[in-house]
Design a protein around this ligand. Structure first.
Ligand SMILES: [Zn+2]
Ligand SMILES: [Zn+2]
Length: 349
């Protein structure tokens, strides 16, 4: 098999070759048809995550080198282990990459994406910037009939991240509308899932006027500019006293300050974005405002299945995608780092 592999942290990926894996037990071998290029690949390539304020989170772990990144995987079944039931050769699937140890309490309750000993594809075990990838069990393969294969993999990352956050936020909408802060790819997906899951009006906020216009086109009831000093007042007026939940898809100190200030009593802030920064608030404000602040990280396998159903029902607008060959993986990561990519790049090994 051919791969584009990380051979050293902080360095470009390199073409490597390895024997095509053989399957055993419940394993399924996918021939990768598409693998989306993602911002989190950049942190893995660096080996650290910038927390803001000069702090770094080491994410090198114990990855064996060469290591193959790529977690937004769609492909075709090429081999099936003797214990892998219900999977046919030649069938097309998206792979749920957030795989856990399968033994701990988190995994037992279906939260494999939060497992502390993960086997996540392209994160802790070899992923999809390759001609082939091993998926450990058929349950991680999702049927994606009717969904364009070039977006099927990306749905397992940006789509699921948006969906998981909306699922948390919709529990708080008795207190008022939903506010989506940060209208990048994940925020826009979140907005569309929210439209499908709730009749509550959805407000959107972004400093970019074009993104605000796009959000209104996708069904946001109102759009606000966080840089506008009157934005908080305008949100309180439009919502009749604050929003029920705000989702911070940016995740900076500024965006979180804006999001929490827009929330009504009894409401919640869900933090998704990872830009970095710090947050402080007088402790009594939590009880006095009956305020909840929580984080959301991708989504569970069950949520992935629910999300795929919504996408198959036509609830999500197609994402513009640029296809590139495997040999351009490293170049694509560099382009993403330099902000040269509009929409999404998907590798076609
Ligand atoms: Zn991703
Ligand atoms: Zn586990």
């Amino acid at each position: 098999m051919l791969r584009q592999s990380l051979v050293e942290y902080g360095k470009p990926l390199e073409a490597t070759e390895a024997p095509t894996p053989t399957v055993s037990g419940s394993e399924v071998l996918l021939r990768v048809s598409h693998c989306g290029v993602c911002h989190s690949d950049l942190h893995l390539q660096d080996g650290y995550f910038d927390l803001g304020g000069g702090q770094k989170l080491d994410v090198r772990g114990n990855r064996p080198m060469p290591f193959t990144l790529g977690h937004e995987i769609a492909g075709v079944v090429e081999a099936v282990g003797p214990a892998a039931e219900g999977i046919g050769m030649g069938e097309r699937y998206a792979a749920y990459p957030w795989i856990g140890c399968g033994k701990c309490g988190l995994c037992a309750r279906g939260d494999e994406h939060m497992c502390n000993a993960p086997r996540a594809l392209g994160i802790t075990v070899d992923g999809g910037y390759a001609t082939h990838v091993i998926v450990p069990h058929p349950r991680y393969l999702l049927k994606v009939a009717g969904i364009a294969p070039e977006i099927a993999g990306a749905l397992m990352c940006s789509g699921l991240t948006g969906y998981g956050a909306i699922k948390k936020a919709i529990n708080y909408l008795r207190a008022g509308p939903l506010l989506i802060v940060g209208l990048g790819g994940v925020g826009m997906m979140g907005l569309q899932f929210a439209r499908a899951l709730t009749k509550t009006p959805i407000f959107a906020a972004d400093i970019d006027a074009n993104k605000r216009a796009a959000a209104l086109e996708l069904g946001a009831a109102e759009a606000f500019d966080p840089a506008d000093a009157g934005a908080r007042k305008a949100i309180f007026k439009a919502s009749g006293g604050g929003v029920g939940a705000a989702i911070d898809f940016a995740g900076s100190d500024k965006s979180l300050a804006f999001a929490q200030a827009a929330v009504a009593k009894g409401g919640a802030v869900v933090i998704v974005g990872l830009i970095g920064g710090s947050f402080s608030m007088p402790v009594p404000m939590f009880p006095l405002r009956a305020l909840s602040i929580m984080g959301s990280y991708v989504g569970s396998l069950a949520e992935a299945r629910e999300m795929i159903d919504l996408v198959q029902a036509g609830k999500v607008a197609p994402i513009p995608v640029e296809l590139r060959p495997l040999a351009q993986t490293s170049r694509s990561l560099a382009d993403l780092r330099e902000g040269k990519i509009v929409g999404r790049v998907v590798i076609t090994p």
